[in-house]
Design a protein around this ligand. Sequence first.
Ligand code: GLN
Length: 535
Amino acid sequence: MAETKYIFVTGGVVSSLGKGIISASIGKLLQARGYNITIQKFDPYINIDPGTLNPYEHGECYVTVDGMETDLDLGHYERFTGIQTTKANSMTTGRIYKAVIDKERRGDYLGKTIQVVPHITDEIKRNIKLLGQKYHYDFVITEIGGTIGDIESAPFMEAIRQMKWELGKRAINIHLTYVPYLKAAGELKTKPTQHSVKELQSIGIQPDILVLRTEKNLNDAIRKKVAAFCNVDFDCVVQSEDLPSIYEVPVNMQNQRLDEAILRKVGEPIGKTPTLGPWKEFIERRKHAKEIINIGLVGKYDLQDAYKSIRESLSHAGTYNDHKVNISFINSEAITEANVADKLAGQDGIMICPGFGQRGIEGKVIAAHYTRTHDIPTFGICLGMQMMVVEFARNVLGYADANSREMDEKTSHNVIDIMEEQKNISNMGGTMRLGAYECVLKQGSRVFDIYKKENIQERHRHRYEFNNEYQAEFEKHGMKCVGKNPESDLVEIVEIPSLKWYIGTQYHPEYQSTVLKPHPLFVDFVKTTIANKKK
Ligand code: GLN
């Protein structure tokens, strides 16, 4: 295929319709047809990236291999397509404006007045096209955050209008809307969709394809009505009903020939329908997994999206172990010595979650103590690993005030400490240890057995590290440092080999688990937890 084609995914009526899942599904379907694709997300907020955002505002922050802190939708893109995203796959209004303002200061605009149109819209278009040209993609799928009509997204919509005009068939818009079911009237209502499309048309964008989100099946009469009112071909009106799993969405979209509609619109030949073999096997296996394993997430954010990638990784691992993983959130702020047994009761395995700041850390330490002393399979990630280390230092090494420097600046036993190069950093945004780093695993360790290789690469997002001055003492008492960065010698993994599964990773393995390549650590953790339960 010669020239890159552009698919813009927008949303209307309400937010949270699952534009990310639809974009990832489209990517998956085109990829299955042999196209070289990528998916990017444009977020209309002013933040440079979501790195400084509270998870309550924004859900999890997903980290790319090249160290960009991004929107959690990039996690869906990777989990669906298995293709790694990079900095260029994530853009915000803040970054667009910053680039334009920096150019203005350099004098690049040669004395012109800088305006939203054309300067901001040109910068948006440049970023969309750059991605396609740089890596020779057949398709660039661009998801626009927010809902049509938002003040913030107006420049992005204008950029789409221009690109559609300039590129003709090479640029299409797929608009996602909602068809509510009114119980009292017993009817599905298309009016919000009609209004949403009118709103798009009023700014000069004619959607090519409509995906209607619905809780109930839409009959052909409703689809015909929407097609007629919105100037969209009947076979380009697709419905996306609520399904038991997000991973069924690509199959549902393929059954309705969404991929064929896209190819027709951009003028590509429509070949054979791909079988999606391994993907369908995954879904089948998932449906047949009836036995349940209970995993408790010890963290401080009582919000599904805050630990999105961890939840998905556990769920992938469950499927590959023919089990359903039932995840319960356990608020670490509410865990005390007195109630820890009650709080963790009924859990077959415990995840100690990542996080920042003091709130809820003592609960994590208490949970780690309980699971270590009761030999309950435990997996700690980042702050979770750090709290496993702190607990061990306090209760095994006997350093009552042991802590991370992040939580207690004056501790005399700083078993987790700030990295030297982090000490003088005053800017909070984008300055942590971010992205993929090498790690060498110790032969003979549990993790070496799990990964089955010595050299791995995993993604990071933290400022603090295991303090190597204590390594010998930890090892002597049974907590081993089994993975290290070969250049900096920083500890990446700790494990207690005498326990069933007690492993903490300084990095975030959850960013790398995909549907077709579940992460080995999660798979093994769930496997051990199941075996332990059955004993
Ligand atoms: N707050 C810890 C640090 O900065 C852990 C970060 C995390 O859990 N991602 O090192």
